[in-house]
Design a protein around this ligand. Structure first.
Ligand code: ADP
Ligand code: MG
Length: 446
């Protein structure tokens, strides 16, 4: 659907034209009319599908048509991280360029007094992370008695971060007649039903995709790794040999991110690191460097997994596998945005195999197994797979009791317990079992 067919204010149309947005994305086309109808909405649509403009446009259009210069805050957008807040602010400013509407940013790490000034100026729109916003509420710096729109972007992540009570409190202190809309690519989380009950009013759900639907623009691969040092080599090889414009390498721990970044830099890759415990100005500086292209690799923890939209990211490396299917979806969703293509490569060691296969099943997909010739490791994957795709336990008894008699060669190797045993048994495993192991199974979320 073309934006020109939607009855949007001309100043917004002008901004959209300037941004080269001509056609509404599916989520925008689905949300706009419903949101303009004042419905509470919970919206699930894949990463990079344009959810930001989907929640901004209906509100901005309403504000253009109904100016209320004396109202207090009219729209509050809550997001889980500072970087995402900044990005949403930038998109808001682009869309409001030709209007008199103003937006303010309230996040941790920034000067509190400056934010008090921002709040005094009373912008129509506030983009905030919950923690800092509550501090301002405690100091009576905010007024949500006129609030018309409350947006919870990446709502499931805010639950993960333990912001549930904060979101409920913010909602309870804002105008009850407000319209509340909740957005993410993953909304199956425990606790979501409870949150919805507390902050929303008979919401309608718009489910354009779930985590289990394939993201057509992202190609998934795995590389088997023996240990940390092998993973480092593989990561460096990928960054040296893959063709990419920008890449994000995800690690599960801050210290690992730092160490890996140093190693990568040593190999003359222009890399920077981002995690939640870093100094705020440093976080901003690194994000700026990535945006401008001064660095082209970001080594990050999951703080960078949500919502960030950085032009040119076409490679995501999971140095350590994401902890669950939803986190995986968001990490790899930093690529393949707005119709672009992307590659996601996960490095899997023996301790991560079952996690990986659980994620495959959750996503209803099968990752391509890739190997790098010059960096082939010793571990070739579990020697035997269960129907689920997980590693079968390698108890000797099973092998001996199996209906199929082990071949003489196999028996010999089993007895000798040579290091090569794994490999040869794996080769002997009937390929049917292996295939079945990857077959999508109906299963509840892992
Ligand atoms: P999501 O929140 O669904 O992950 P974003 O709102 O961050 O996605 O949008 C992803 C990218 O798509 C952004 O770069 C944004 O500028 C771009 N985009 C959004 N809507 C459109 C559109 N209608 N036409 C072209 N590009 C768009
Ligand atoms: Mg988003």
């Amino acid at each position: 659907m073309l934006f020109s067919e939607l009855s949007l204010h001309e100043r917004l149309q002008k901004a959209l034209t300037e941004m080269n947005f001509t056609e509404a994305t599916p989520v925008q086309a689905a949300v706009l009319p419903k949101a303009m109808d004042k419905k509470d909405l919970m919206v699930c649509s894949e990463t990079g599908s344009g959810k930001t403009a989907a929640f901004l446009l209906p509100a901005l259009n309403h504000f253009q048509d109904n100016p209320m210069p004396n109202a207090s805050t009219r729209m509050l957008i809550l997001v889980p991280t500072r970087e995402l807040a900044r990005q949403v602010l930038v998109e808001t400013e682009k869309l409001t360029r030709f209007t008199y509407l103003k937006a303010g940013l309230i996040t941790g790490g920034e000067d509190f007094r400056h934010q008090v000034n921002t709040l005094r100026k009373n912008p129509e729109i506030l983009v905030a992370t919950p923690g800092r916003l509550l501090e301002h509420m405690d100091n009576s710096n905010t007024d949500f008695s006129d609030l018309e729109y409350m947006i919870l972007d990446e709502a499931d992540r805010m639950l993960d971060f333990g912001f549930s009570a904060d979101m409920v409190r913010i909602a309870s202190e804002s105008r009850p007649e407000r319209q509340t809309m909740l957005f993410s690519a993953t909304l199956q989380q425990k606790g979501m039903v409870e949150l919805i009950k507390l902050v929303m009013n008979e919401p309608e759900s718009i489910m354009l995709s779930s985590a289990r639907d394939k993201h057509e623009n992202i190609h998934h691969q795995i590389l088997l790794a023996d240990d940390i040092s092998h993973k480092e080599k593989l990561t460096i090889w990928l960054l040296k040999n893959e063709t990419f414009e920008k890449a994000i390498v995800f690690s599960n721990k801050r210290v690992n991110a730092h160490q890996l970044c140093n190693k990568i830099r040593y190999h003359k890759v222009r890399a920077g690191v981002l995690h939640g415990e870093m100094d705020h100005s440093e976080r901003k500086r690194v994000m700026g460097m990535l945006a401008s292209g001064q660095i082209n690799v970001l080594v990050a923890t999951d703080v960078a997994a949500r919502g960030l939209d950085i032009k040119g990211i076409d490679l995501v490396v999971n140095y350590e596998m994401a902890r669950n299917g939803d986190d995986y979806v968001h990490r790899v969703g930093r690529t393949g945005r707005a119709g672009e293509k992307g590659l996601a490569v996960s490095l899997i060691d023996h301790s991560e195999w079952n996690l990986m296969s659980g994620i495959e099943r959750y996503l209803n997909t099968r990752f391509e197994k890739r190997a790098i010739k010059e960096l082939r490791g010793n571990w070739k994957g579990p020697k035997k797979l269960k129907a689920s795709g997980k590693a079968a336990s390698s108890k000797k008894k099973k092998l001996a009791d199996g209906s199929k008699k082990p071949t003489g060669k196999q028996r010999l190797k089993t007895k000798k317990k040579t290091g090569k045993r794994r490999e040869s048994v794996q080769q002997q495993a009937p390929s049917k079992t292996v295939d079945a192991g990857f077959e999508p199974m109906k299963r509840k979320k892992d």
